[in-house]
Design a binder for this molecule. Structure first.
Ligand code: FES
Ligand SMILES: [Fe+2]
Length: 338
Protein backbone atom coordinates (compact mmCIF):
# COMPACT_ATOMS: atom_id res chain seq x y z
CA UNK A 1 0.00 0.00 0.00
CA UNK A 2 1.15 3.55 -0.59
CA UNK A 3 1.70 6.25 2.03
CA UNK A 4 2.42 9.37 -0.01
CA UNK A 5 4.75 10.94 -2.55
CA UNK A 6 8.52 10.83 -2.22
CA UNK A 7 8.84 14.33 -3.71
CA UNK A 8 6.74 15.65 -0.80
CA UNK A 9 9.48 14.72 1.69
CA UNK A 10 12.37 17.16 1.23
CA UNK A 11 15.89 16.78 2.68
CA UNK A 12 15.94 17.44 6.42
CA UNK A 13 12.20 16.89 6.85
CA UNK A 14 9.92 14.43 8.61
CA UNK A 15 6.24 13.79 7.85
CA UNK A 16 3.85 11.84 10.05
CA UNK A 17 1.26 9.71 8.21
CA UNK A 18 -1.31 7.13 9.26
CA UNK A 19 -1.71 3.88 7.41
CA UNK A 20 -4.43 1.42 8.35
CA UNK A 21 -4.65 3.33 11.65
CA UNK A 22 -0.92 2.91 12.34
CA UNK A 23 1.23 6.04 12.88
CA UNK A 24 4.23 6.09 10.52
CA UNK A 25 6.97 8.60 9.93
CA UNK A 26 8.55 9.49 6.58
CA UNK A 27 11.95 11.14 6.86
CA UNK A 28 14.60 12.29 4.45
CA UNK A 29 18.14 12.81 5.66
CA UNK A 30 19.98 15.98 4.68
CA UNK A 31 21.90 13.96 2.12
CA UNK A 32 18.67 12.79 0.51
CA UNK A 33 17.94 9.28 1.82
CA UNK A 34 14.24 8.55 2.28
CA UNK A 35 13.25 6.34 5.23
CA UNK A 36 9.99 5.06 6.73
CA UNK A 37 9.60 4.27 10.44
CA UNK A 38 6.96 3.51 12.99
CA UNK A 39 6.23 6.95 14.43
CA UNK A 40 6.91 6.11 18.06
CA UNK A 41 9.64 6.83 20.54
CA UNK A 42 11.54 3.74 21.69
CA UNK A 43 11.28 4.80 25.35
CA UNK A 44 7.60 4.82 26.30
CA UNK A 45 6.08 4.57 22.86
CA UNK A 46 4.86 8.16 22.55
CA UNK A 47 4.01 9.30 19.04
CA UNK A 48 7.19 11.09 18.08
CA UNK A 49 5.92 13.63 15.59
CA UNK A 50 2.40 14.97 15.05
CA UNK A 51 3.05 17.64 12.39
CA UNK A 52 5.34 17.75 9.36
CA UNK A 53 8.67 19.44 10.15
CA UNK A 54 11.29 20.93 7.84
CA UNK A 55 14.89 22.00 8.40
CA UNK A 56 15.57 19.21 10.89
CA UNK A 57 18.88 17.73 11.98
CA UNK A 58 17.39 15.32 14.50
CA UNK A 59 14.08 14.24 15.97
CA UNK A 60 13.53 14.93 19.67
CA UNK A 61 10.79 13.18 21.61
CA UNK A 62 8.58 15.75 23.35
CA UNK A 63 8.23 13.56 26.48
CA UNK A 64 11.75 12.93 27.88
CA UNK A 65 13.80 14.38 25.01
CA UNK A 66 15.36 11.21 23.62
CA UNK A 67 16.91 12.05 20.29
CA UNK A 68 17.12 10.23 16.97
CA UNK A 69 18.83 11.00 13.68
CA UNK A 70 16.70 11.30 10.53
CA UNK A 71 18.13 7.95 9.48
CA UNK A 72 16.51 6.51 12.60
CA UNK A 73 19.63 6.02 14.71
CA UNK A 74 19.32 6.55 18.44
CA UNK A 75 21.42 9.60 19.39
CA UNK A 76 21.00 10.35 23.10
CA UNK A 77 18.81 10.07 26.21
CA UNK A 78 19.57 13.06 28.43
CA UNK A 79 20.27 12.40 32.14
CA UNK A 80 19.81 8.70 31.43
CA UNK A 81 21.30 7.63 34.78
CA UNK A 82 20.27 10.74 36.68
CA UNK A 83 23.31 12.80 35.86
CA UNK A 84 24.17 15.13 33.07
CA UNK A 85 26.22 13.44 30.37
CA UNK A 86 25.43 9.84 31.37
CA UNK A 87 24.91 7.61 28.39
CA UNK A 88 23.03 4.45 27.56
CA UNK A 89 25.62 1.66 27.15
CA UNK A 90 26.57 1.42 23.49
CA UNK A 91 25.37 -2.16 23.02
CA UNK A 92 21.87 -1.15 24.16
CA UNK A 93 21.89 2.15 22.29
CA UNK A 94 22.48 0.26 19.04
CA UNK A 95 19.12 -1.43 19.44
CA UNK A 96 17.23 1.73 20.28
CA UNK A 97 16.91 3.16 16.79
CA UNK A 98 13.47 3.91 15.35
CA UNK A 99 11.70 0.82 14.04
CA UNK A 100 12.14 0.84 10.27
CA UNK A 101 9.60 -0.27 7.69
CA UNK A 102 10.60 -1.65 4.32
CA UNK A 103 9.58 0.70 1.54
CA UNK A 104 9.89 1.14 -2.19
CA UNK A 105 9.47 4.19 -4.42
CA UNK A 106 7.76 3.64 -7.77
CA UNK A 107 6.88 6.64 -9.96
CA UNK A 108 7.36 8.88 -6.91
CA UNK A 109 4.88 6.87 -4.84
CA UNK A 110 6.13 5.47 -1.51
CA UNK A 111 4.92 1.91 -0.96
CA UNK A 112 5.36 0.22 2.42
CA UNK A 113 5.49 -3.40 3.44
CA UNK A 114 3.73 -3.06 6.80
CA UNK A 115 3.43 -6.72 7.62
CA UNK A 116 6.96 -7.43 6.45
CA UNK A 117 5.80 -10.45 4.47
CA UNK A 118 4.51 -8.88 1.26
CA UNK A 119 5.60 -10.20 -2.15
CA UNK A 120 8.91 -8.52 -3.17
CA UNK A 121 7.97 -5.19 -4.73
CA UNK A 122 9.68 -5.74 -8.12
CA UNK A 123 7.85 -9.03 -8.50
CA UNK A 124 4.52 -7.49 -7.49
CA UNK A 125 4.78 -4.55 -9.91
CA UNK A 126 6.43 -6.43 -12.80
CA UNK A 127 3.26 -6.95 -14.94
CA UNK A 128 2.54 -3.22 -14.96
CA UNK A 129 6.14 -2.18 -15.60
CA UNK A 130 6.20 -4.65 -18.51
CA UNK A 131 2.94 -3.36 -20.01
CA UNK A 132 4.33 0.18 -20.29
CA UNK A 133 7.70 -0.69 -21.74
CA UNK A 134 9.65 1.22 -22.98
CA UNK A 135 8.19 3.97 -20.75
CA UNK A 136 11.12 5.39 -18.80
CA UNK A 137 10.05 6.33 -15.25
CA UNK A 138 13.36 8.09 -14.56
CA UNK A 139 12.34 10.84 -16.99
CA UNK A 140 9.26 11.99 -15.12
CA UNK A 141 9.52 15.45 -13.54
CA UNK A 142 7.19 16.68 -10.86
CA UNK A 143 4.92 19.49 -12.05
CA UNK A 144 2.68 19.91 -9.00
CA UNK A 145 1.33 18.17 -5.93
CA UNK A 146 -2.05 18.73 -4.33
CA UNK A 147 -3.62 17.38 -1.17
CA UNK A 148 -7.37 16.93 -0.96
CA UNK A 149 -9.63 16.08 1.89
CA UNK A 150 -12.60 14.17 0.52
CA UNK A 151 -15.89 13.57 2.29
CA UNK A 152 -16.00 9.95 1.17
CA UNK A 153 -14.72 6.55 2.16
CA UNK A 154 -11.41 5.63 0.48
CA UNK A 155 -13.07 2.77 -1.41
CA UNK A 156 -15.49 5.18 -3.11
CA UNK A 157 -12.51 7.31 -4.16
CA UNK A 158 -10.89 4.28 -5.82
CA UNK A 159 -14.15 3.14 -7.43
CA UNK A 160 -14.78 6.58 -8.87
CA UNK A 161 -11.29 6.62 -10.39
CA UNK A 162 -11.97 3.25 -12.02
CA UNK A 163 -15.37 4.40 -13.31
CA UNK A 164 -14.89 5.40 -16.93
CA UNK A 165 -18.66 5.81 -17.37
CA UNK A 166 -18.86 9.11 -15.47
CA UNK A 167 -16.12 10.90 -17.38
CA UNK A 168 -18.20 12.38 -20.24
CA UNK A 169 -21.00 13.40 -17.85
CA UNK A 170 -19.00 14.84 -14.97
CA UNK A 171 -15.94 16.02 -16.89
CA UNK A 172 -17.59 17.22 -20.09
CA UNK A 173 -14.43 19.16 -20.98
CA UNK A 174 -12.65 15.80 -21.49
CA UNK A 175 -14.90 14.90 -24.45
CA UNK A 176 -18.34 13.41 -25.10
CA UNK A 177 -19.50 9.83 -24.46
CA UNK A 178 -18.23 8.73 -27.88
CA UNK A 179 -14.66 9.39 -26.69
CA UNK A 180 -15.19 7.19 -23.59
CA UNK A 181 -16.89 4.14 -25.14
CA UNK A 182 -13.68 2.78 -26.65
CA UNK A 183 -11.89 1.24 -23.67
CA UNK A 184 -10.53 -2.11 -22.53
CA UNK A 185 -10.69 -3.55 -19.04
CA UNK A 186 -7.34 -4.97 -18.05
CA UNK A 187 -6.53 -7.23 -15.10
CA UNK A 188 -2.78 -7.87 -15.02
CA UNK A 189 -2.68 -9.43 -11.55
CA UNK A 190 -5.03 -9.59 -8.54
CA UNK A 191 -3.67 -6.24 -7.29
CA UNK A 192 -3.03 -4.54 -10.65
CA UNK A 193 -6.08 -3.75 -12.71
CA UNK A 194 -7.78 -0.90 -14.49
CA UNK A 195 -8.62 0.11 -18.01
CA UNK A 196 -6.98 1.47 -21.12
CA UNK A 197 -8.41 4.04 -23.50
CA UNK A 198 -6.36 3.11 -26.59
CA UNK A 199 -7.15 6.43 -28.29
CA UNK A 200 -7.68 8.48 -25.13
CA UNK A 201 -5.06 11.07 -26.08
CA UNK A 202 -5.59 10.90 -29.84
CA UNK A 203 -7.91 13.89 -30.15
CA UNK A 204 -6.45 15.89 -27.27
CA UNK A 205 -4.33 18.93 -28.09
CA UNK A 206 -0.62 18.15 -27.97
CA UNK A 207 0.92 21.53 -27.29
CA UNK A 208 4.50 22.18 -28.33
CA UNK A 209 5.63 22.80 -24.77
CA UNK A 210 4.50 19.36 -23.49
CA UNK A 211 7.42 16.88 -23.72
CA UNK A 212 6.33 13.40 -24.80
CA UNK A 213 7.86 9.94 -24.47
CA UNK A 214 8.16 7.66 -27.47
CA UNK A 215 6.10 4.58 -26.61
CA UNK A 216 5.21 1.57 -28.73
CA UNK A 217 3.07 2.89 -31.66
CA UNK A 218 -0.04 1.04 -30.48
CA UNK A 219 0.02 2.79 -27.10
CA UNK A 220 1.40 6.17 -28.13
CA UNK A 221 -2.06 7.79 -27.90
CA UNK A 222 -3.36 5.67 -25.04
CA UNK A 223 -4.38 6.55 -21.49
CA UNK A 224 -3.76 3.89 -18.84
CA UNK A 225 -5.79 4.15 -15.65
CA UNK A 226 -4.76 1.63 -13.03
CA UNK A 227 -5.41 0.75 -9.44
CA UNK A 228 -2.47 -0.71 -7.55
CA UNK A 229 -4.61 -2.30 -4.88
CA UNK A 230 -5.50 -1.14 -2.36
CA UNK A 231 -4.95 2.61 -2.42
CA UNK A 232 -2.77 3.77 -5.32
CA UNK A 233 -4.18 5.14 -8.57
CA UNK A 234 -2.11 5.95 -11.65
CA UNK A 235 -2.81 7.58 -14.99
CA UNK A 236 -0.09 7.17 -17.60
CA UNK A 237 0.04 8.80 -21.01
CA UNK A 238 2.97 9.58 -23.29
CA UNK A 239 2.75 13.26 -22.32
CA UNK A 240 1.85 13.35 -18.61
CA UNK A 241 1.54 11.14 -15.61
CA UNK A 242 -0.59 11.34 -12.48
CA UNK A 243 -0.43 9.41 -9.23
CA UNK A 244 -2.92 9.45 -6.40
CA UNK A 245 -2.32 7.89 -3.01
CA UNK A 246 -5.65 7.60 -1.19
CA UNK A 247 -5.49 7.52 2.61
CA UNK A 248 -8.49 6.50 4.73
CA UNK A 249 -9.22 9.18 7.33
CA UNK A 250 -12.33 7.71 8.93
CA UNK A 251 -15.36 5.84 7.63
CA UNK A 252 -16.62 8.77 5.55
CA UNK A 253 -13.46 10.73 4.92
CA UNK A 254 -10.24 10.30 2.96
CA UNK A 255 -7.12 12.25 2.19
CA UNK A 256 -5.71 12.24 -1.30
CA UNK A 257 -2.09 12.99 -2.23
CA UNK A 258 -1.99 13.80 -5.89
CA UNK A 259 1.12 14.28 -7.99
CA UNK A 260 1.21 15.46 -11.59
CA UNK A 261 4.34 14.86 -13.67
CA UNK A 262 5.70 15.77 -17.07
CA UNK A 263 8.02 13.66 -19.18
CA UNK A 264 11.00 16.00 -18.96
CA UNK A 265 12.07 19.18 -17.26
CA UNK A 266 10.64 22.19 -19.09
CA UNK A 267 12.22 25.60 -19.70
CA UNK A 268 11.02 28.42 -17.44
CA UNK A 269 9.30 30.09 -20.41
CA UNK A 270 6.87 27.15 -20.57
CA UNK A 271 6.03 27.28 -16.89
CA UNK A 272 2.81 29.37 -17.27
CA UNK A 273 1.41 26.88 -19.80
CA UNK A 274 2.35 23.99 -17.51
CA UNK A 275 0.71 25.70 -14.53
CA UNK A 276 -2.45 26.16 -16.57
CA UNK A 277 -2.43 22.44 -17.33
CA UNK A 278 -1.97 21.69 -13.65
CA UNK A 279 -4.94 23.95 -12.77
CA UNK A 280 -7.04 22.13 -15.39
CA UNK A 281 -6.24 18.77 -13.77
CA UNK A 282 -7.07 20.14 -10.33
CA UNK A 283 -10.38 21.34 -11.69
CA UNK A 284 -11.15 17.79 -12.81
CA UNK A 285 -10.35 16.54 -9.35
CA UNK A 286 -12.59 19.17 -7.77
CA UNK A 287 -15.42 17.90 -9.99
CA UNK A 288 -14.78 14.41 -8.64
CA UNK A 289 -14.68 15.65 -5.03
CA UNK A 290 -18.25 16.90 -5.40
CA UNK A 291 -19.46 13.63 -6.87
CA UNK A 292 -17.68 11.67 -4.12
CA UNK A 293 -19.48 13.66 -1.45
CA UNK A 294 -22.81 12.77 -3.07
CA UNK A 295 -21.78 9.11 -3.44
CA UNK A 296 -21.01 9.00 0.25
CA UNK A 297 -24.26 10.79 1.14
CA UNK A 298 -26.16 8.21 -0.92
CA UNK A 299 -24.62 5.42 1.16
CA UNK A 300 -26.67 6.61 4.15
CA UNK A 301 -29.75 5.28 2.41
CA UNK A 302 -30.60 1.64 3.19
CA UNK A 303 -31.59 1.30 -0.48
CA UNK A 304 -27.96 1.89 -1.53
CA UNK A 305 -27.35 -1.82 -0.86
CA UNK A 306 -29.22 -2.47 -4.09
CA UNK A 307 -26.82 -0.85 -6.52
CA UNK A 308 -26.86 -2.05 -10.13
CA UNK A 309 -23.77 -2.86 -12.16
CA UNK A 310 -23.89 -1.67 -15.80
CA UNK A 311 -22.15 -4.58 -17.54
CA UNK A 312 -20.56 -2.58 -20.37
CA UNK A 313 -19.01 -0.01 -18.06
CA UNK A 314 -18.66 -1.27 -14.55
CA UNK A 315 -16.42 -4.33 -14.90
CA UNK A 316 -13.40 -2.60 -13.36
CA UNK A 317 -15.44 -1.17 -10.47
CA UNK A 318 -16.79 -4.67 -9.87
CA UNK A 319 -13.24 -6.04 -9.92
CA UNK A 320 -12.23 -3.54 -7.24
CA UNK A 321 -15.26 -4.43 -5.10
CA UNK A 322 -14.50 -8.13 -5.39
CA UNK A 323 -10.87 -7.51 -4.44
CA UNK A 324 -12.02 -5.55 -1.37
CA UNK A 325 -14.35 -8.37 -0.47
CA UNK A 326 -11.49 -10.90 -0.71
CA UNK A 327 -9.33 -8.65 1.49
CA UNK A 328 -12.12 -8.56 4.09
CA UNK A 329 -12.34 -12.35 4.01
CA UNK A 330 -8.59 -12.54 4.47
CA UNK A 331 -7.98 -9.84 7.07
CA UNK A 332 -11.39 -9.02 8.54
CA UNK A 333 -12.85 -5.56 8.89
CA UNK A 334 -10.42 -2.62 9.03
CA UNK A 335 -10.53 -0.51 12.14
CA UNK A 336 -12.15 2.84 11.58
CA UNK A 337 -12.12 2.87 7.79
CA UNK A 338 -14.55 0.17 6.71
S1 FES B 1 8.68 8.57 25.57
FE1 FES B 1 10.11 9.49 24.28
S2 FES B 1 11.67 10.08 25.57
FE2 FES B 1 10.32 9.11 26.88
FE1 LIG C 1 -13.70 11.76 -12.42
Amino acid sequence: MSVGLASGVGPGSAHPVHVAGIPLLLTRTRDGVLRVFHNICRHRGLRLLSEPCEGLRELTCPYHAWRYSLSGKFVAAPYYSGEKGTKIPEAEAENLGLVAIEHHVFFDVIFVNLSGDATPFEEWIAPLAKLWQPFDPTRIQLLSTTEYRLEANWKLVCENFLDNYHVPFVHGQAGGPETAVDFDDVALAPDLFGFILPRGEADKPKPEWLPRQELAPEIQDAQFLFCLFPNTLLIMTAGWFQVISVQPAGAQCSAEFLGLYLMNAIPEANRPAANEFSAFMNHINAQDAKILMELQAGRLSPASERGFIAPYWDETVKRFQERVSRAYDEFGSESGSA
